[in-house]
Write a protein that binds this ligand. Structure first.
Ligand code: G6P
Length: 284
């Protein structure tokens, strides 16, 4: 079976497990369409906090939450409502190039309470032996001519590492970034690779399509992106970790967030228009 579903006591699907021929697997909660596990070549590749709340009462701490329609703080709740909304399983396919599942979110009471727009978000997860392919499409389904909307969006990927001291993020040198810790704009990255040894929270603008990440001394991933302009690099480090109820005090040592998104300047969609972004994570 390429796909199995986990249901609650009322028979509603809460989680989908997608398995590909090689044994690679992803687990996806319908809450947020959040991927909480990606196993490939026999190992877990994503960080999920031991303290993550998985009952749908809070955004899931780890895996790959979807940020939409607002990155960070703003008029809406932090990172928007997509990660705290119940998505639907649209369908799945077992095909030659991998197992695939599609998830759907449209406007609902939760979204309309903070954002007065009709939209159709489709998230497609395709899995093959060494790659996780993620596509997000957003359609503006407002009907009135005045119904354009702006949004920012991002796939907030938490990579699992045996030690943050071994993480190195390549291909960022020369880029201009916003340093959200120092509250500085237009900082130019001088390091190649970038390593992390304190609280890091940066938006690298107009990043290249391919980013190589050393996850440990012996393992690397290639992160590619199309139509996602920016890269966010985040690790809360020790002090912020202590203040997070759904994150262990020492767990910052086991994770790094390298996030693909368009967050520096918003995407505008007129009624009827669709935007689509893709990310793939390939084990090297
Ligand atoms: O705690 P959360 O709302 O999940 O946000 C976690 C982090 O997400 C991004 O990486 C932001 O750049 C950070 O500023 C934020 O702290």
């Amino acid at each position: 079976m390429p796909i199995t579903t986990v249901k609650d006591s009322q028979g509603n699907i809460t989680k989908v497990v997608l398995v590909e021929a090689s044994g690679a697997a992803v687990e996806v909660y319908l809450y947020g369409a959040t991927i909480t596990s990606w196993k490939a070549k026999g190992k877990e590749r994503l960080f999920l906090s031991k303290q993550a709340i998985l009952d749908g009462s809070k955004a899931i701490r780890g895996g790959i939450p979807i940020v939409f329609p607002q990155f960070g703080l703003g008029k809406l709740v932090q990172h928007g409502f997509a990660r705290t909304s119940n998505w639907q399983l649209l369908g799945y396919k077992d095909q030659i190039d991998g197992a695939k599942a599609m998830f759907l979110l449209t406007e609902n009471e939760h979204s309309l309470s903070m954002w007065p727009h009709k939209f159709r978000a489709v998230y497609t997860i395709r899995l093959d032996s060494d790659t996780l392919n993620l596509s997000l499409s957003i359609t503006n389904t407002n009907t009135s001519a005045a119904g354009s909307f702006d949004f920012t969006t991002l796939l907030h990927t938490y990579f699992l590492t045996p030690s943050i001291s071994e993480v190195a993020v390549h291909n960022l040198a020369g880029l201009s970034y916003t340093d959200k810790v120092a509250k500085l704009d237009n900082v130019v990255e001088k390091n190649d690779p970038v390593s992390l040894a304190s609280n890091v929270d940066r938006v690298y603008h107009n990043a290249p399509e391919k980013i190589n990440i050393d996850i440990s001394k012996h393992e690397a991933v290639l992160l590619t992106k199309t139509n996602f302009k920016d890269i966010v690099l985040w690790n809360p480090w020790a002090e912020l970790a202590k203040g997070m109820a759904d994150f262990g005090d020492d767990e910052y040592k086991q994770m790094v967030c390298v996030e693909t998104g368009t967050v520096g300047s918003p995407i505008s969609l007129a009624p009827g228009q669709t935007w689509e972004g893709h990310t793939s994570i390939v084990l090297q």
